[in-house]
Design a protein. Structure first.
Lengths: 328, 350
């Protein structure tokens, strides 16, 4: 029998990185940019946070960690790292009008390599005397949950037992949903993604919208990587541990049909599907088949939404296409 | 822009990328970039054995890139190379394991080949049918199929694992060598390389000189034009993707029967994605692809040597590869467009 009280927190913990990734990617895709570099961006975000807090913890030299600095340094490093990746993507695809698929895949190669290189070589490069990267002090700050969560039984366990980054993820998804659906900025952003020529003739600054949406999307996705290392993995970096979660975040974008508020719930569902095999008694081989579930479900949704062919359930019209005003 | 000039721009971008990569090397690791590059060069070409491995790696990557090309020429973004290779590998390995000592070797190899081609074709055919019938987004569909294939392979790896509980299959048919591609002239990889070389020429002829190749180009340029001149677009999409998937399956066959003689979830090794860049860098020209896959494979195998020589992580090669790709991607702009800088003089914009 499925033990719900222990299942839900683990599903949420698995879902949060996916939620960050998909919220970021939805904002990006609404501007017409299909950023396949998201898996790489999440690696870069994670490792930049790790480098920041690794250097900070080392500079402490045994002294007590400052809570504010311990949180601010990794978050800031993570945001800067992912912002740079976003700027790179925009420069290549928007300013230089390069192919988005190729640029995205190159960014994933670069980003995953960047993460694994510094993850594997950071200790040697800084000459530190530690066996592995384990940022337990920083991780404790990130994992700190509400003080009364433990005394509230199943409710506390399911809803209050997470670090602050988990709540920010849900807040960010809902905020993104509100901005996209109910504000002028969101309307103009959607116009840019649907039909750039029309948006352009309406006087919307396309380049600015694409840059801002993509960079913001990358920064949000990068936080997903940071959450994974600092909260889920207890501050321990191990190469390739993040795995294919970046691609799963892309799957989530399709699954939710480009709606961030749906992905707030769907991410938990995906997280649950991702770890369902742990909770269902089965042979080791069948477990591997259970891990297929999130992808199969995504394919089904993708096919169904194209089958029903409703206009509001489609990808942004100009997704993946470069726009050049003088090309008609 | 004339060919020579555009090649010069690309070479300039490559050179610039190496210089920037050198700066980043020094900045992050404190090593002399020239000696790092020299080590990479030695790691890729250092000994006859290394050169053979290099050639075989180029052959497999080129094979996947060739597979993706017909789809890309049709503007069908097949990002499912990884899954199609895995499907082909799985089919080959299944034949080797289940029929290894039951039928003659030549029949077995033929059967493996047919099964791999069919498995790859099915794996690409499913998204193609959805695209042709319901206009389902192919980029995302093929991408998802990769992970379904990975998990399917993971399942069978555990079903067939030797010994039980080890989590991998080990070398299949090590004693009998049933289903292994024969060595010619005593060289392990030569057959792989020759097969892919032949495939390169065939693919070039298919795309440039056959009716099918012409239809692919027309559909890629404009589906409306294609419909107008009486090309059945749906049929071209499905047919081309079946071909694309079958060639990916062939790459899987080469990996299992010719190179690795085993099956793992990582046997495709990201080639499905790398090949996208190989094909794109070569502007989908099969003959130029040999050069671009050479470049990417040299970077990768050279990076292995860095890790042994300097005790650094081998992912450094991925960083350098990424930088080179960014520069080449960026330089295409200067080939496609002529840049004019507006000089503002007395309020007049040029």
């Amino acid at each position: 029998m499925l033990d719900v009280v222990s299942f839900v927190p683990r599903a949420v913990a698995q879902g949060v990185p996916l939620l960050y990734g998909s919220t970021g990617e939805i904002i990006t895709e609404k501007s017409g940019n299909l950023n396949l570099g998201i898996p790489g961006v999440m690696y870069v975000g994670a490792i930049c946070g790790v480098i920041g807090s690794f250097l900070y913890e080392r500079s402490l030299d045994g002294a007590q960690i400052n809570a504010a600095l311990g949180l601010l340094i990794p978050v800031a490093c993570c945001l800067v790292g992912s912002l740079l990746m976003g700027l790179l993507y925009c420069f290549l695809t928007v300013t230089l009008r390069a192919n988005q698929n190729v640029t995205g895949l190159a960014m994933t190669t670069f980003g995953v390599g960047f993460g694994n290189f510094f993850g594997g070589s950071l200790i040697k490069l800084t000459g530190a005397q530690v066996p592995s990267i384990a940022l337990s002090a920083t991780s404790n700050l990130f994992r700190r949950s509400l003080p009364f969560a433990g005394s509230m039984g199943w409710f506390g366990k399911c809803f209050l037992s997470y670090g602050f980054l988990a709540y920010i993820a849900f807040a960010a998804a809902l905020a993104a949903s509100y901005v996209l659906e109910h504000t002028r900025v969101g309307l103009q952003l959607r116009a840019v993604g649907e039909d750039p020529a029309t948006a352009d003739s309406a006087g919307i600054n396309l380049t600015r919208y694409k840059y801002v949406a993509t960079c913001l999307g990358c920064m949000i996705a990068g936080l997903g990587g940071l959450y994974y290392v600092m909260d889920y993995a207890n501050g321990v970096w191990s190469n390739d541990a993040f795995g294919d979660r970046g691609w799963l975040a892309l799957a989530l974008v399709i699954f939710t049909i480009w709606r961030p508020k749906v992905s707030a719930i769907a991410s938990v569902l995906f997280g649950g599907l991702y770890i369902l095999y742990v909770f269902i008694p089965s042979g080791p081989a069948v477990k591997e088949l259970y891990k297929m579930l999130p992808y199969v479900v995504t394919i089904v949704v993708l096919v169904l939404s194209s089958l029903r062919n409703q206009r509001e359930n489609q990808p942004p019209e100009s997704l993946g296409l470069p726009y050049f005003r003088e090309e008609r | 822009m004339p060919l020579l000039q555009s090649l010069a721009v690309r070479r300039g971008a490559l050179l610039l990328a190496l210089v920037v990569g050198g700066f980043i090397t020094t900045f992050t690791t404190g090593l002399n970039p020239v000696s790092v590059y020299a080590t990479m060069f030695k790691g890729a070409f250092g000994s006859p054995r290394k050169i053979w491995i290099l050639l075989q790696e180029i052959a497999v990557l080129l094979c996947v890139a060739l597979a993706l090309t017909p789809a890309f020429r049709m503007k069908f973004w097949n990002l499912g190379g990884e899954g199609q290779i895995l499907a082909g590998s799985l089919a080959s390995a299944a034949c080797m394991i289940c029929l290894g000592d039951k039928i003659p070797n030549a029949v077995l190899i033929l059967l493996m080949l047919v099964c791999s081609l069919a498995a790859g074709a099915v794996w690409a055919g499913i998204p193609a049918v959805a695209k042709a019938r319901w206009n389902t987004n192919e980029t995302l569909f093929t991408l998802m199929m990769n992970y379904v294939a990975t998990q399917l392979v993971a399942y069978f790896v555990i079903v067939w694992e030797v010994p039980k509980g080890s989590g991998n299959i080990g070398i299949i048919n090590q004693a009998t060598e049933a289903g292994w591609l024969p060595q010619i002239f005593g060289l392990k990889y030569l057959l792989n390389i020759l097969l892919v070389a032949a495939l390169t020429v065939l693919m070039h002829l298919y795309l440039s000189y056959s009716k099918h190749g012409y239809e692919i180009s027309v559909v890629g340029e404009s589906t409306n034009t294609a419909r107008y001149v009486g090309i059945k677009v749906d049929r071209v999409i499905v047919r081309t993707l079946l071909l694309s998937g079958a060639v990916c399956g062939f790459a899987g066959f080469l990996l299992v029967a010719g190179t690795n003689h085993t099956l793992t979830t990582t046997i495709a090794g990201g080639r499905g994605f790398t090949a996208v860049m190989v094909a794109w860098l070569a502007k989908f020209n099969p003959l130029v692809m040999a050069a671009s896959s050479f470049l990417l494979v040299v970077m990768d195998s050279g990076a292995g040597e860095i890790s042994t020589a300097y005790g650094l992580n081998h992912s450094f090669g991925d960083i350098l590869t990424g930088i080179i790709l960014f520069f080449i991607i960026g330089c295409e702009f200067f080939i496609a467009y002529q840049v004019h800088f507006d000089k503002k003089e007395g309020g007049h914009d040029a």
